[in-house]
Design a protein. Sequence first.
Length: 469
Amino acid sequence: MPDQRQPGIFKWSRRWAPGLIPLVILWALAGWNGTVPFETGLGVQGRAAIKDMVLDGASIMVEGRDIRLSANAFSEEGRLSALATVEAIPGVRLVNDATGLLPEAKPFVWTADRDVVRVTLGGTAPLPAVRARLIEAARSDLPGVEIADRMTFARGALPRFEAAAVLLIDQLPRLKEAKISISDGNVKLNGMAIEIGGREAITAALKNLPEGFSVAENIVQAPPYIFRINKDPVAATLTLSGYVPDNNVHAAIVAAIGRKFSGEKIVDNLKASVGAPAGFANAVMTALGSLSRLSTGSLVISDREVKLSGDALYEVAANQLRESAGGSLPKDWSYKADVSVRPAASAVDSTICQQLFSELLGKERIRFESGKTDISPDSVGLLDRLIATTLRCPSTNIEIAGHTDTDGDDAANRVLSQKRAEAVLSYLTRAGLSSERLTAIGYGSEQPLAPNDTNDGKAQNRRIDFVVK
């Protein structure tokens, strides 16, 4: 007997089948919607977990409950720590390890270059934090200067690399152009200092490089070390500018100017600074004597070169000054002279001549080495002015009279005064004056100008006079 229920079942399934299809679709959508938020959540947690870890190029990819971690670590410990951190995230089933170590730089090179407009930091840095501190150090040392970061990361830096790099960055304000590098422990500098003394300051700072670092090359140049004196006879001034090594040399130069130049006002704009070439003080003292022989002119010392320019008082003096600086300059120094001759002044009669001689010798004295007949170099300028005056008196005869104080034996004083007068006569004849017009006589202590009972009086009595005959 046939089963009467089969058609009913069939009818029922046909009636419900169309309704099952939407249910299946809804179930699939619900499963997909639940998976996407779950994966997104794992990704957020993974990125948050490694956010503060020291990694380069880190990325998180999530597939279901599995995470793929890609990164370059700065150490094996850091790499393993990152993996362990991600594995510990709740809900993670598997971590696919795509991590590695940052390449090691051999040699480890870091650079800092300064030009007119910017400082460029390049090469490699060992850690992001170190890189950030180097950039901050440059910005702090050079406010307003563009800092360009071209640094990449690598392993292999020596211990205390950061301290060495910061010390070198600290030198950049002293340089207007520079190329600085660290290659492992070798430090190289090349550039131009902004100011006098900058090179020496950098050299001193490099002595504080941390252990393991040393200077392989230091080619920092400095601006010329310039010393200048301008002599203006109209204003009767000597203007000093430029640099001197220290206060002691400064004082010695001013004192020498006081001895070599009479009556000129000193306008002193000198500044003390390191960086003077070897032999600077001796070169200045020698060159001052040459300048004292000019009626107008300038003396410029630039590094190891002495330049003299201006007008000499007569032709022989000009020739002498063109040939030498009036003495021996230190080794490796050079000398250049652009010296002409001042136009000759008009001739005057004997009365005016005597007045001119008395004015010159009333302001300053011809000096001699103590107890000797050698004329002091401090007196060459005065002698040249006496010669120029003698040339204005072509028809007069002149007695060169030597005098002493009363100290010592009378006979010895007479001999000393005679020889000193003859030394002056010899200087004048070498300048081209006729010996027939000149007479040297030593009077010893016979004709004092002042009492010999004081040092000041004795100093006045030790003298050379020019007497028109």
